[in-house]
Ligand binder design. Sequence first.
Ligand code: PMV
Length: 340
Amino acid sequence: MTTPRPSPSGAGLTAAPVGVGTAHAKTILIGEHAVVYGAPAIALPVHGLTTRAELHVGGPWALDCDLHHGTVDDAPAAMAPVTTAWQQAVQQVSSTATGHSDPAVPPHLTGRPHLTGRLSVTSEIPMQRGLGSSAAVAAAVVDAVATASGVPLGLAERTELVQRSEMIAHGKASGIDTAAVLSNVPILFEQGAISPVAVGGRFVFVVADTGIPSSTATAVGGVRSLREAQPGLVNGLVDRLSELTRVVAGCLQQGDLDTLGAAMNEAHESLNRLGVGSDGLDRLVTAARRAGALGAKLTGGGLGGCVVALSRAEDVDEVLDGLHAAGAGGTWTTTVEGSA
Ligand code: PMV
């Protein structure tokens, strides 16, 4: 596979010698997998876990990140989502700045300094754990290009660019990861429509990593196969997950921790019945509940990856200790609260 090379269509756009973009991780509170079949899902930002991209303008096309240090031409195929985000962001800022929809270099910009250079990406977000690592990297790259060019991009343009990169990273994706890493508040995602979720209390969530990488595409494919074999079972579980997501939205609004925790527990069982659970996920879910969590479930694609647990504020340390004792590879907390 050829790694896409950033197009020189950003010629002449350089506004700063270094463009910087950052993005945060996300966790899906409820509705994963069901969202692929049109059900609603809720995602939360994980602000404490971030990715940073820096575009040092000038010099040959080069990448500097965990998977590759060197020229874009030598980059492995796994870098394609990153180079695509870079390439398409350059084209976007060019056409936004010039009003050209044609990605070819506008004649008046030919031969001027352009947005080639060295792109460095550093990410704290573990890959293949359902935390939105690939979407966050793409978002940071797009914003780094926009900053370097001095051409601000709107949310719709950034969403489109990140989602194109996600399609390369994951194949067909619902778009929830893209929406979640670009939002600073909890969102409800339903059939591509994104709305902020009203929050009427204070909710502390703990995310814990099994340490086991998993492929979202494999998990989504497994559910699809199960649906072909047993449509009644899968459609029933999707419907129930859809109801639970609406229950959870109400709990967030009303500050109802107990019902929210119970809905998370039931969702975990439904996801297990969809075939995306694992022993490692069950171990962490059980440990979190035993340590006082009000509810716990797998988050994201499943098979491996992470769990998310709801804790009373005063029990967080115990929940974290319980998860570590059960072998969690990494833990993070994210707090959601209303502004009122
Ligand atoms: O990228 P992950 O592993 O957080 O999964 C995203 C949620 C899924 O519903 C499993 C897939 C999708 O595209 O919606």
